[in-house]
Design a protein around this ligand. Sequence first.
Ligand code: A3P
Length: 320
Amino acid sequence: LVATTPNELDGEEDDSAAASELTTAAKRPGLRLYQGAWLAQVWVPGVVAIQQGSFVPRRGDVVLASQPKCGTTWLKALAFATMARVAYPPAHAGHPLLRLNPHDCVPFMEMLFADGALGNRKMDALPSPRLMSTHMPHALLPASIRDNPDCKIIYICREPKDMLISLWHFTRRFVPDRAFSDMFEDACQGASFAGPIWDHVLGYWNASKDSPERVLFLRYEEILRDPVENVKKLARFVQQPFSPAEEAAGVIKDIVRLCSFDRMKGLEVNKKAGSNYVFPNSSYFRRGEAGDWTNHMTPEMAQRLDAIMEEKLQGLSPMP
Ligand code: A3P
């Protein structure tokens, strides 16, 4: 599917709603409001193709879901290293993650399916169980993922203030004059990549509560605090738990070490331009810490975003 104008994508909307949406979207270059979510314009054709059935599910599929800058790269590395550990022992000098960026090991669905039928041919070529990633909000997922008992979803969530700071640093590499205050204002109004932030988190949080066997909800900060426990959780979830022999042999620690920020950032492959995407591999590795927002946000900004998140997530117990 090739979308030439935004109206072609949202045929059912009435004219005035579409016009107002376009006026708002025009102020946010690169973003497109689609089915209530702010998507990167370049993702939209892929999302439409996925929703219209280009993606053909296979038993055992695992989808990694996130908002950009929440630790997608890290989750891709951890999930790939965990699920492929028999074929590729994590301590082996020839491990794929030592010569490929994690984004080259786990395809990003929105961009893959922007190629239409070619996307599914590439997906078909992957061995089972297949690993793939998406930034789509839960509500936008096709039933073939959302309601499919044979498909598992692993979500990674991050402190929104750190996510926005990370996004700003990332964006500045390509749009140097993007002011943080503008990005922050847009995000507070819901217009961040894959946003509103709260809807994205809530969608996957609710799904993980409704179907814990199908949706695993992870947090970036928790993985930083206890990577071993979180990798074990991930392995159990995809039904590849570590055996006592593997634990004793240090396989989990090998995975954590292989995927650690310093190790990944230091690899030659991650210092150069990427092969699959327009962004250089190095742009996915900055500080890899929690709490960097304190170096960039005013207390007023922090309080404002905290208050919005609290209001949007209120009533949930426990809170995401
Ligand atoms: P910072 O900009 O705060 O450093 P994404 O992969 O979703 O684009 O998220 C990028 C963020 O994850 C960046 O955060 C990046 O540094 C961090 N990151 C990337 N690889 C990581 C790893 N192996 N361990 C911890 N954080 C990592």
